[in-house]
Design a protein around this ligand. Structure first.
Ligand code: NAD
Length: 254
């Protein structure tokens, strides 16, 4: 089915000031999408949506949801459907890092990270995919991480890496099962992107060391990630599915 003229992309975790999700939401607004900004804090989501619609003229609205809570997600999806055009795009960007080494990770920490990064993504995706399948058109992108492929490293250890690796398998399953419904599903796997996810915990020394090993020789930006995500959400990207796109400046060959 062809894309409708007016269509909505949901971006989770998009309220973070310098975050990847916000960059993606802005980019999608510039490409003609109506944007649903979803994040924990409803007011913060609304403020970001207002900003995006002021700067781009696009339709944007903010919603509060804790993706680890199924009821909270269902309520937000109902709100989105009542407020915005047909949901065609979903970017599963919300996530938390976890720097705890495997031998020290508590069950609480493990469950916290898996509940948000994996189960939260399941909640949002099942709700959104049911809408997409009913309309026979959709685009889903999971934001994974180079940590998933390399076994942690810069931003996260076991719980983070495992939950982000699970998103790669989930996207491939979605590609397989939802393809017949006109829905594609892909993953984007960023390397080190300059955001606040680690709360400034990376030392200058470690940053310099990381850059020395990197073919592109600079830290990634939210725009580097947003460009690829926006492409995957386009109508013309309909023959790409079940793929993982590395956006890492070449760290996978370093
Ligand atoms: P960020 O911390 O700036 O943004 C993450 C956002 O997710 C925040 O706004 C946060 O409020 C939201 N969030 C957290 N838990 C939530 C929940 N339960 N429900 C709803 N929203 C929730 O981080 P970022 O660097 O912009 O990361 C965005 C995504 O990219 C994450 O999934 C992260 O794992 C991934 N990633 C980041 C990097 C990097 O280098 N920054 C690298 C690889 C992957």
């Amino acid at each position: 089915t062809a894309f409708p003229d007016e269509r909505t992309a949901i971006v989770t975790g998009a309220a973070s000031e310098r975050g990847i999700g916000r960059g993606i939401a802005l980019r999608l607004a510039l490409e003609g999408w109506a944007v649903a900004v979803v994040d924990l804090d409803k007011e913060a989501s609304k403020a970001v949506a207002d900003d995006i619609s002021r700067s781009t003229g696009a339709v944007a609205a903010g919603f509060g949801a804790d993706i680890s809570n199924a009821d909270s997600v269902d309520a937000a999806l109902a709100d989105i459907q009542a407020t915005l055009p047909q949901v065609v795009g979903l970017v599963n960007n919300a996530g938390v890092s976890s720097p705890v080494p495997f031998l020290e990770v508590s069950r609480e920490e493990w469950n916290r990270v898996v509940d948000i990064n994996l189960t939260g993504t399941f909640h949002v995706t099942q709700g959104a995919a049911r809408i997409m399948a009913a309309n026979s058109v959709g685009r889903i992108v999971n934001i994974s991480s180079a940590s998933a492929q390399r076994g942690g490293g810069v931003y996260g250890r076991a719980a983070y890496s495992a939950s982000k690796a699970a998103l790669l398998g989930l996207a491939r399953t979605l590609a397989r099962e939802l393809g017949p419904h006109g829905i594609t599903a892909n993953s984007v796997s960023p390397g080190s992107i300059d955001t606040d996810i680690m709360g400034g915990r990376l030392s200058d020394e470690r940053k310099t060391q990381l850059l020395q090993e990197l073919p592109v020789g600079r830290v990634g930006t939210v725009d580097d990630v947003a460009a690829v995500v926006a492409f995957l959400l386009r109508e013309e990207a309909g023959y790409l599915t079940g793929v993982t796109y590395d956006v890492n400046g070449g760290s996978h060959i370093a």
